[in-house]
Design a protein around this ligand. Sequence first.
Ligand code: SF4
Length: 370
Amino acid sequence: MTFFDEMQRHPWARVREALMGCTTADVKQALSSTRRGIREMISLLSPAADPMLEEIAWQAQTLTRQRFGRTMGLFAPLYLSSSCTNSCVYCSFNTANPIRRLTLNPDQARTEGAYLHDQGFRHVLLVSGEDRKAVGPDYLVEVVRQLRPLFDSISIEIYPMKTDEYRKLAENGVDGLAVYQETYNTLHYDQVHRAGRKRDFRWRLETPERGGEAGFRRIGIGALLGLSDWRIEAAFLALHARYLMRRHWRSQLTISFPRLRPAVGGYCPPCPVTDRDLVHMLTSFRLFLPDGGLLLSTRESPLLRDHMISLGVTSMSAGSRTEPGGYTQRAGSDEQFQISDHRNPDEIADVIRGQGYEPVWKDWDAEFVR
Ligand code: SF4
């Protein structure tokens, strides 16, 4: 039994009906509840909750301060390769796009890592397109070996791997895995993933479980916002989160909220998500998962990110480049997507401090588990 089997018990149309059927009384009950399950989460995400967003946000702020204090983790993506064998219509790295591509060698990756280390980062997220030939398991082990002295925490956001391959990476110093399902709607999933291994919905869906079995300390999931109705995606994301937390309770679960950004190919999101929708979704997740890590990236505008510092987010990327070599070897590859917050890490840390929060560059040390 995996989350794929669990999903079969929740048809998309029935989840939509549940959301649409919620009443003001359901939302009030969810807001006054001390232990919130899926039923309460659906109430919080429903249209009936729209007029009560202020109350949801206030509770999210209170809960976040209780559980995490006034802190904000900072991390940076380090892109290793723009080579990809998949064809996702919303992404510049789509194999069908005639862009400039680059795969860093381990020395170049170390140069990028040294730049991020100088900026203050001690948590790095290694990102790549999905191409096993360009970014194989042995290559990754070598890159991690080079970066290990620079970072206390190394996460990966690459292609889905087998459990044994994840285990090998965990043994070599990778402690976090991020993999986004993009959409939990199988029909939409088919439409936007036109070629390559990524077309296998189930293989991707079960990836976080393989990561949990391999022993990653941190597992990140998310949906790409804009592909389908955000309320239904959020309900499935909540089901997925609950499933993972029950079975892989040793791993900290994090939720990301990536909203579609302009990319080569000019894909237009069929279900645009407004700033208010994003705030609604993120703050509802705080009420549902009081201890969950909630991440917001530089896809979002400075204005929105600044407002979200006190509303439930626990970690932010900063100063990001979305192309391999983007920090030190400009012009080798095109970027994956346009970012929206172009401020450098120091500027973002100043904003965090200005709101009475402490920027946290390091929240983990491998020595903790020795
Ligand atoms: S989203 Fe990922 S898998 Fe899809 S084209 Fe972009 S890099 Fe490749």
